[in-house]
Design a protein around this ligand. Structure first.
Ligand SMILES: Cc1ncc(COP(=O)(O)O)c(C=O)c1O
Length: 399
């Protein structure tokens, strides 16, 4: 390229913990002897989150990965061993949690319009051994379909939703994460809202809620909010101190009051921020040249924190020009989109499924090699979006 490209100075994420969040935290800390370990702020955050999502119960944990682990662990304690249908495009903890809890992951390819699991592929993989479908909403795109919901309900197969990347996305006007038996969210720095590190598990199932609370804190029965559960364990284990009854071999994945104060403050801005992000995404996709880039994403109900840039063809010339141009413009990007692309190409899975399994999923494999994501945050100067699109559209291709 002969002319120098502009420096867009565009990181993957700008710091979304604002002065207002820090002031809320400082005000909390300025009290006499503020409680810092999990207490009333965590409970208040869980309640506010449940109201925002439209579900009965939520359990705040220290990360989205912990939310995944506790969710599949709760499933392990309530269903027999078997298979869980999982995406090929997901974060590592979606698959790791399934493996760690002794289930067999069964993989499906993506629907390129949502990057989520393809409904028909899921339905083809259901067997009598299927214990759940663990669906990830990728980068803010809703992956649910009515056909999937109806079939799973009919066949009594639980749906677990990972909405760690999709806070505020909707299906038919209702928030994703409110459809599944259990759903997971992440509040890591890079996501729609942040508690520095953090995650949320939400459910309408009161029995699972009690199990999840116990799993969060060493499997301890006193963590349950149900007197019936506590009395049952106390009666059945009269030799134990009721304060130290461990119902499950579990974990400590609690968070703290500090993180909850930040979460409560952030939650107030979440919806407004998502409106800006959605407008940014539309601006980005509407300007990209659909000859060279995939622009046909399902925008209905999307709530995106990262632009999806997927090349239409396996064009090595465009790939080289595109990655060079983005580096030159100081636009941070990630190849493979969410979680680095095709999970089946990762060493931890190749050891289990073999070297060649990854090649059986061509749609995710294309995104693995020719898909990228770029940061989309509320303060992003929209003019940078225009400049980036103009440059991307002008790049020489191999065709
Ligand atoms: C889909 C998905 N699930 C789970 C996680 C894990 O969340 P955390 O980073 O908070 O552990 C992530 C993280 O980015 C994710 O994208």
């Amino acid at each position: 390229m002969s002319t120098a490209l502009p420096n867009l100075d565009w990181p993957l994420m700008s710091n979304n913990i604002t002065r207002a969040d820090l002031d809320a935290l400082i005000a909390y800390l300025q009290q006499d002897s503020p409680m810092l370990t999990q207490s009333k702020q965590v409970v208040a955050f869980e309640k506010e989150w449940s109201e925002w999502l439209g579900c009965k119960h939520s359990v705040f944990v220290n990360s989205g990965a912990s939310a995944n682990l506790l969710t599949i662990s709760a499933l392990k304690h309530t269903v027999p061993p078997g298979e869980i249908i999982v995406p090929t495009l997901a974060w590592v903890s979606d698959i790791a949690s399934v493996l760690q809890c002794g289930f067999k992951p069964v993989f499906v390819d993506i629907d390129p319009r949502t990057l989520g699991m393809d409904t028909d592929e899921i339905l083809k993989k259901i067997t009598p051994q299927t214990r759940a479908v663990f669906l990830t909403h990728i980068l803010g795109y809703n992956a649910l379909t009515q056909k999937l919901l109806d079939t799973l309900a009919e066949r009594k197969i639980p749906l677990i939703e990972d909405a760690c990347e999709s806070h505020g996305a909707t299906f038919k006007g209702r928030k994703v994460g409110s459809f599944g038996l259990i759903s997971n969210f992440s509040f890591y720095y890079a996501h729609h809202m942040s508690t520095v590190e953090g995650g949320m598990i939400s459910t309408n199932d009161s029995e699972l809620f009690e199990i999840l609370r116990m799993l969060r804190s060493h499997g301890m029965v006193r963590e349950s909010t149900s007197d019936a559960v506590k009395t049952r364990y106390k009666t059945e284990h009269a030799d134990l101190n009721p304060d130290f009854i461990f119902a499950y071999p579990a974990y400590n994945v609690r968070s703290t009051e500090i993180n909850a104060v930040l979460g409560r403050s952030q939650l107030k801005r979440l919806d407004a921020n998502n409106v800006v992000r959605t407008a940014n995404l539309k601006r980005f996709l509407s300007q990209l040249d659909s000859k060279n880039y995939f622009t046909d994403f399902e925008l209905e109900g999307s709530s995106n924190y990262a632009f999806t840039l997927v090349m239409k063809n396996a064009d090595k010339v465009l790939y080289e020009n595109l990655t060079r141009a983005m580096r030159e413009m100081n636009v941070e990007f990630r190849r493979g989109t969410s979680g680095g692309g095709n999970q089946l190409r990762q060493p931890y899975l190749k050891k289990i499924v073999g070297e060649k399994e990854c090649e059986k999923y061509p749609k995710i494999d294309h995104v693995h090699f020719y898909g990228f994501y770029i940061g989309n945050y509320p303060e992003l100067d929209a003019r940078k979006v225009d400049t980036l699109c103009a440059v991307l559209n002008s790049l020489p291709t191999g065709n």
